[in-house]
Design a protein. Structure first.
Length: 230
């Protein structure tokens, strides 16, 4: 199910869409989190004897592909995003760069099926979902050997359903999720699905508070790797 676009906060910010377009065309400075994500993935990509199939969940403009390429990391890249206008923007930008726009798919990760991959990343996405379980269940079902997630992790899970407040005029009544997830709950969930998990400090925010549209965020990375040797 694609969230109803009229009610989807990601569909109602022209400034975000423009930023997404510019990032997709590699016209903006690299995001610190994209840089750290690519560095964290590098050893996993390099230990594979082939270009692994990678799913970038909530890919926005698909700019994470540039961060991988910049480091010489060859992957078979696929992006997934549930916002029609962001995927359309990203597809146009990919076509302009002679990249295959079909690699960018419209869809909600909670409904992902019949998709397998070697690696999956989810950078700044999970928090905006009603629960972590459906997205992570679907990602585990892809058979991915490793999942790399940057999100708002803390001692406990806190569900926040609040207005955004920074959208285009006329849309600031729209609400979204701005959740924090318990490290223990998410870690236990993935360990039960055969992953060993480690949390890694976010290089930019270093465990400190960051306000995201005035909501409290404590960013960190979760690397979940299949226990079996591959
Ligand atoms: C804050 S942006 C992050 C974009 C990019 N990953 C980055 O770090 O710049 C969150 C993105 O996740 C997408 N998103 C949120 N929930 C999603 C879901 N369940 N399935 C697919 N995309 C989702 C939104 O549409 C939006 O484009």
């Amino acid at each position: 199910m694609i969230p109803e676009p009229r009610l989807n906060i990601w569909e109602h910010s022209l400034s975000l869409r423009e930023l997404c377009r510019r990032r997709a065309l590699d016209l903006e400075p690299e995001m610190d989190c994209a840089a750290q994500g690519a560095e964290l993935l590098a050893p996993l990509v390099r230990q594979m004897a082939f270009a692994p199939k990678l799913l970038d969940v909530g890919c926005g403009g698909g700019h994470f592909l540039h961060s991988l390429k910049r480091r010489g990391l060859e992957v078979d890249y696929y992006g997934l995003d549930s916002s029609p206008s962001l995927i359309e923007t990203a597809q146009k930008a990919f076509a302009e760069q002679n990249l295959d726009p079909a690699r960018l798919m419209l869809g909600d990760v909670s409904h992902l099926c019949d998709f397998s991959c070697h690696l999956a990343v989810m950078i700044n996405v999970l928090s905006f979902n009603p629960d972590f379980r459906a997205p992570l269940e679907r990602l585990a079902e892809t058979g991915a050997k490793a999942l790399l997630i940057r999100d708002n992790f803390g001692e406990g899970t806190i569900i926040r359903w609040e207005t955004d407040g920074f959208l285009d005029p006329g849309y600031n009544h729209l609400k979204g999720y701005w959740n924090q997830w318990s490290r223990k709950e998410v870690g236990d969930f993935l360990r039960r699905r055969g992953y060993k998990t480690s949390f890694i400090e976010d290089a930019r925010t270093k465990g400190g508070l960051e306000l995201v549209v005035e909501k409290p965020y404590y960013w960190s990375w979760l690397l979940a790797e299949k226990k079996a040797v591959y």
